[in-house]
Ligand binder design. Structure first.
Ligand SMILES: *[C@@H]1O[C@H](CO)[C@@H](O)[C@H](O)[C@H]1NC(C)=O
Length: 407
């Protein structure tokens, strides 16, 4: 009898703990408190069990926990959409376009900025959205255009404020080892992802403060964790994250809530545009110093390029997890500070935050670009004996390698 109950107990426990883990892996980090609660109950039940409490009681405790859990996950209350205006940047493609369409359908008055008013994205939005939609041409790196967008928005809003600013516009100029990435790549990412977003935020903030509204920024887990080959993009997003966190503190007294969304990898913008990456790659090779190219070897850079493109092909196509969080961040009475949106991104966060660096380093390298080719100079070195290797490392500082870029 005892034995039989043990099995039931084991079964229920595995379902229970498995469910918690699955929940955690599948969704964003807001699941963490729930998971802790689940595991806490598990421990309590375990304790009761060891004190020979009847199995029925232990199972009862689990049922109560499950009921509480499902009650907690009932749809959260949302604020009314009525009369709320939001401005979204970067609506030509990807998250921006999808968000503009969704928020318009929800009843928001949407101001969508696009790079190209006569482009496909703008055309799609015009067709799919209500007459409340306003399209504005803005390149966020052009302060004059940002300023013009403010004037146009104010003209439509009259005395009303702006409920939400959704900072979506962003770029990844190129990818590759940090040493091989061009200065123009670093600057390009900073210019759009950081300075562009900064200028837009500062420009529209008075309107958002007026309505005690929301600032929602699409960032990237690459701004928190050292993804291989994404130093330039990651650094710009890291700057953005820190800026938004600071803003969050400072705007708290104003009643403005600031949320950052960190999506997993999605097919958006240029991410699956082979031609674009080929072109960026050629540009990099062309501008790299010959000595650097010689040390790394073209077979090395080529492999990185191919691995990355292959990775981009496996990116998610269903944007809805991210669009849902944008909507939640705008409409929840208590939006989260950070939303990890999309499959796998919660797991990445967990591994990076809670496991030793050696584990998370391996993990990042394994899921991302698994390079097989090592740089040419290292290959040659490995062919020689280790004492040479040692000496060579010591001499690194004296190496007279010209690493300056040609413009
Ligand atoms: C945006 O940037 C431009 C150029 O740097 C600057 O003149 C303008 O004041 C900025 N906008 C805000 C609101 O700070």
């Amino acid at each position: 009898m005892e034995n039989y109950l043990d099995w039931i107990y084991m079964g229920v426990m595995s379902v229970f703990v498995g469910g918690a883990v699955r929940k955690f892996l599948a969704s964003h980090i807001s699941a963490a408190p729930t998971v802790v609660a689940w595991l806490g109950v598990t421990l309590v039940v375990e304790k009761l069990w060891s004190h020979s409490v009847p199995a029925v009681l232990a199972l009862g405790a689990i049922c109560v926990a499950c009921c509480l859990y499902s009650a907690k996950t009932a749809p959260a209350p949302v604020l009314p959409v009525e009369g709320k205006a939001v401005l979204i940047t970067g609506c030509d493609t990807g998250f921006g376009r999808a968000a503009a369409q969704r928020l318009d359908a929800q009843g928001f008055e949407v101001f969508a900025t696009v790079l190209d008013l006569s482009g496909e994205g703008a055309r799609d939005l015009r067709r799919a959205c209500s007459s409340r939609l306003t399209l504005l041409q803005v390149d966020i790196t052009q302060p004059m255009q940002v300023q013009q967008a403010l004037l146009d928005t104010k003209a439509k809003l009259g005395l009303r404020g702006l409920w939400g600013l959704v900072n979506n516009a962003g770029v990844c100029v190129n990818f590759g080892d940090a040493e091989l990435s061009l200065m123009s790549n670093y600057r390009g990412c900073m210019e759009v992802n950081f300075f562009g977003t900064l200028n837009v935020t500062k420009t529209f903030l008075p309107l958002v403060r007026q309505s005690k509204g929301r600032i929602v920024t699409i960032s990237s887990p690459a701004g928190e964790q050292p993804f291989p080959c994404l130093a330039a993009y990651g650094a710009s997003k890291a700057a953005l994250n820190l800026f938004m966190s600071t803003l969050r503190h400072e705007l708290d007294p104003w009643g403005v809530k600031v949320s950052t969304i960190l999506p997993s990898s999605y097919k958006t913008g240029q991410s699956s545009n082979q031609e674009y990456w080929e072109c960026q790659y050629k540009n990099m090779i062309h501008n790299l110093s010959p000595s650097l190219l010689e040390e790394y070897g073209e077979e090395y850079t080529k492999e990185t390029q191919e691995l990355f493109q292959r990775y981009a092909q496996t990116a998610n196509e269903d944007l809805s997890p991210v669009i849902n969080t944008i909507s939640e961040a705008l409409l929840s009475p208590h939006p989260l500070v950070r939303y990890y949106a999309g499959p796998g991104v919660g797991l990445m966060y967990f591994i990076y935050s809670y496991l030793p660096l050696s584990v998370s380093d391996k993990f990042l390298q394994r899921i991302f670009v698994q390079k097989k080719v090592i740089p040419r100079a290292l290959r040659k070195e490995n062919g020689l004996n280790s004492s040479f290797l040692h000496n060579n490392n010591n001499n690194n500082n004296n190496n007279n390698v010209d690493t300056t870029e040609k413009k």
